[in-house]
Design a protein around this ligand. Structure first.
Ligand code: COA
Length: 147
């Protein structure tokens, strides 16, 4: 298993995974643009040399980032890869506050709770029948206090 920064050469496989996992077109990340945009950072996870998933981070402010998207190929889901990928991001960006939004019925909510995200607020009926859950993760530096 390897986690690394995505490159232009990964474009095709990123789009394939995205189309498989996000049936609604507007949820499919536009990788061609994102790979060239410095406000986004894409990490991919590989198994035996094959790309099996990605995570996209969006830099919002100096110390604030957002989990823009995460997906693992169907046949590799529920085997801990999403956890490994997100954990790596939390480790690499430990000085940042990290936010995200997820539909209450999405299994990703369990992944985020498992990784230590806390629920900040709920947007009732944001996705029609389902609520949107706003979550955040902030690992305070030892000795520091939340203001
Ligand atoms: C969300 C997603 C990235 C999770 O990745 P994953 O590799 O399958 O997740 P993991 O195997 O690391 O599981 C992490 C936790 O999520 C939960 N989980 C994952 N898949 C699950 C499933 N099929 N059923 C029930 N719980 C599940 C479990 O609580 C699990 O922890 P546990 O095994 O200790 O109980 C993956 O399901 C996916 O690509 N979904 C489609 C795209 C999507 O909706 N992305 C999120 C919104 S942007």
């Amino acid at each position: 298993m390897k986690i690394r920064k995505a490159k232009i050469k990964d474009l095709d496989i990123l789009e394939i995974i995205s189309k498989e996992q996000f049936k609604v077109k507007k949820l499919q990340p536009r990788f061609k643009l994102l790979l060239k945009d410095n406000s986004y950072h894409i990490q991919i996870i590989e198994e035996k040399g094959a790309v099996i998933g990605f995570i996209i981070i969006k830099f919002l402010y100096e110390n604030l980032i957002d989990i823009y998207s995460i997906a693992i190929k169907k046949e590799y889901q529920n085997r801990g890869y999403g956890y490994k990928l997100l954990s790596r991001v939390l480790k690499n960006f430990h000085k940042y506050k990290i936010t995200l939004e997820v539909s209450e019925d999405n299994v990703a909510k369990k992944l985020y709770l498992k990784c230590g995200f806390k629920i900040d607020s709920v947007r009732k009926g944001y996705y029609g029948n389902n609520d949107a859950i706003l979550m955040s993760f902030y690992k305070l530096e030892p000795g520091s206090e939340e203001s």
